[in-house]
Design a protein around this ligand. Sequence first.
Ligand SMILES: NC(=O)c1ccc[n+]([C@@H]2O[C@H](COP(=O)([O-])OP(=O)(O)OC[C@H]3O[C@@H](n4cnc5c(N)ncnc54)[C@H](O)[C@@H]3O)[C@@H](O)[C@H]2O)c1
Length: 315
Amino acid sequence: MKLLVTGGAGFIGSHVAETALRLGYEVAVIDNLLTGRKENIPAQAVFYQADIRHKDQLEWIYKEFQPDMVSHQAAQTSVAVSVREPVLDAEINIIGSLNVLNACLSGNVKRLIFASTGGAIYGEVPPGESASVSWPAQPLSPYACSKLAIEGYLKCYHQQQELDFRILRYANVYGPRQDPHGEAGVVAIFLDRLLTQQEIYINAGRTVGDAGCIRDYIYVGDVVKANLAAMEDKINSPIINVGTGVETSTLELAHIIEQCLDIETRIEFKPPRPGDLVRSVLDASEYTAIMGATTDLSQGLKETAQWFREEKTGY
Ligand SMILES: NC(=O)c1ccc[n+]([C@@H]2O[C@H](COP(=O)([O-])OP(=O)(O)OC[C@H]3O[C@@H](n4cnc5c(N)ncnc54)[C@H](O)[C@@H]3O)[C@@H](O)[C@H]2O)c1
């Protein structure tokens, strides 16, 4: 079985590529290294440095590699960037993704797995509730709009041209290899800052000094499991939430990370960031029914902290 991973030099895509190789898949990676790193790509994977906005490059790669499955992870991934540069976000996340879908159709790909967002697509999730896939989407950022647009195209391509797909709506993913220098990925940012004796910032949920936004944090290993399950017919719903259903505020997260590292730091409180939701928690009942319990946050954070310590020389 041949698997093409777009965005395979990135955080989640590189873990998908690595696990698929271990399971016997032949794997190729497409990435333009916008945020991804060559070192993340497993040595046994074929690497095509290409941009999904260029359909000619994609067509050539599909002809050359002839994938059976495509795991589409490549994206502009920052909500903040999408607010500042909605056209750039749409060029990569809508036009680029459409190029990926079209190449799948002409290349006879059996199934496309799409990395969507549960963390942004439902809008604000009221206290005490968790967002289920039956909820209407309420995108409040250009990033969420672009992900929702591709979900719509997938349904339409499926009806008209029988492209088979699974949509995975990820919660907030954390784990080894997450980039601490981007604008997303609070776990990686906190770990990096604590390990280099820097203060950390809590962006307010509503008012400066509160415990910050509430999120559903899922370990990357659990996200990889969902990707493999979607490829191997274990997930039959077209759309599934990939989350834990457990809510954690940014301040709680900071304290758990301090405990994991056994380091205390100075915490500063900042205003809310434009485009950030106050509360986002996913209904994870379907995920856990199929795949069992997700990794406990402290356990996942310990493994992530260990990787950051080993990876960064001098820590
Ligand atoms: N990390 C999360 O919490 C999270 C949550 C919800 C959804 N997602 C989605 O999961 C996927 C993977 O995210 P990630 O966290 O690993 O981010 P990442 O930035 O580490 O990975 C994205 C990869 O896509 C590549 N890329 C970007 N633009 C490209 C282009 N035009 N052509 C080719 N490659 C391009 C980047 O270089 C990078 O390697 C994305 O689709 C993201 O929207 C992530």
